[in-house]
Design a protein around this ligand. Structure first.
Ligand SMILES: [Zn+2]
Length: 365
């Protein structure tokens, strides 16, 4: 195998590398190229950490990487044939050499210990034994500490793939032992074109790209399940409603947003509501600064702007920060109800159209 140059400048393309970025991923081309090079140059690390917002493509990228590491086709390292056992079974998450831990709701130390015992065995059929640890920010402290040992001294032929929404929620010792792949939002043009390539009509593709907030996974999910679009409208209605409610009304609304079901279901519901709120506040803030940014919610921005016209810019900014912090808490292990109720207290009060009395209170920072 020819090695690519690791010097400054453009790396020499290794033999067999055709430069084609085709892991069927929306966006993140630089990351695909980098990971392909790692395989082609035999520089695969023992541990990778994929970081980025929910639905941006972390898990898909990690899965494609696992596929490329295990693909049986000879002569094209880093590429996917799409036909071998690894290429067929990894996307279905049933390949024997791919071990997946998806915390629900948290990853416990026993899960890590059981994984470590499995990783001590040689791979069954592929060249690598791969462990995908999803949402590692939800690992308990003891689970994260137990994992450190494997990150420090991984068994031979083991590759660990971790995903997390942000590095800050992880132990620094975990982050420092991984090659960090930070994924940012994907451009709306890229998402729209990718949807059109998947036979979505142009108008719908443009709308989904607008609403996706740079998250391809969200656009694809909304395309497959139109209910999600309806849920977004409900979430935005909830926000307008919350602003004009008093405290007890807001707490009742919090109850409704959290809803019934198991914790992961409630967490998903809260997250999608708060993300819709955050994207509308962000639109408002950008609009306030007359930034040349395409709004994510062109359908709702004008009415929302009128509703909060008395909320001063500093409070708008504070609200956006409060929403981001609540989302991070919801993604971590925070008490869901407390997090949502605390947010409700911070929402600024606005008058209901046609009334003179101001409800609730000023934002509390
Ligand atoms: Zn293959």
């Amino acid at each position: 195998m020819e090695r690519a140059s690791s010097g400054i400048g453009t790396p020499i393309q290794p033999k067999g590398y055709n430069g084609n970025v085709s892991w069927d991923l929306i966006g993140h081309e630089w990351a695909v190229k980098l990971l392909k090079h790692h395989i082609a140059d035999r520089r695969t690390r023992h541990a990778y950490l994929f970081v980025g917002p929910e639905s941006v493509g972390k898990r898909t990228l990690a899965s494609r990487f696992a596929q490329a590491l295990s693909c049986e086709r000879e002569g094209k390292p880093g590429e996917l044939c799409g036909e071998c056992r690894a290429c067929r079974l990894i996307p279905k998450r049933i390949f024997p050499d791919l071990d997946i831990l998806a915390p629900d709701p948290t990853l416990q130390v026993d899960d890590v210990r059981a994984l470590q015992r499995r990783l001590a065995l040689a791979p069954y059929e592929g060249p690598w034994k791969i462990a995908l640890l999803e949402n590692f920010h939800r690992a308990s402290i003891s689970a994260a500490n137990a994992m450190l040992k494997t990150l420090e001294e991984p068994p031979d032929r083991v590759v660990l793939l971790l995903t997390a929404t942000t590095q800050e929620l992880l132990l620094p010792t975990v982050v420092s032992r991984c090659e960090v792949i930070s994924l940012r939002g994907v451009s709306r043009v890229t998402i729209s074109l990718a949807l059109q390539n998947r036979s979505v009509e142009i108008e719908k593709a443009e709308m989904l790209a607008d609403l996706s907030d740079g998250r391809p996974g969200r656009a694809l999910r909304w395309e497959a399940e139109p209910d999600h679009l309806e849920q977004r409208l409900v979430a935005l209605d909830n926000l307008s409603e919350a602003l004009s409610l008093d405290i007890s009304g807001r707490f009742a609304l919090a109850e409704r947003i959290i809803g019934r079901g198991k914790l992961p279901v409630q967490r998903r519901r809260v997250r999608s509501t708060l993300e819709a709120w955050l994207s509308l506040w962000r639109d408002l803030l950008y609009h306030g600064y007359q930034a040349d940014v395409q709004p994510r919610n062109p359908d709702r921005l004008p009415a929302f702007k009128r509703a909060v016209e008395r909320v001063v810019p500093a409070d708008r900014y504070r609200m956006m920060r409060a929403l981001s912090a609540t989302l991070a808490a919801v993604d971590g292990n925070a008490n869901l109800r407390l997090a949502v109720e605390a947010l409700m207290l911070k929402l600024p009060a606005v008058r209901k159209p046609g009334t003179n009395s101001s409800a609730a209170q000023r934002p509390a920072g």
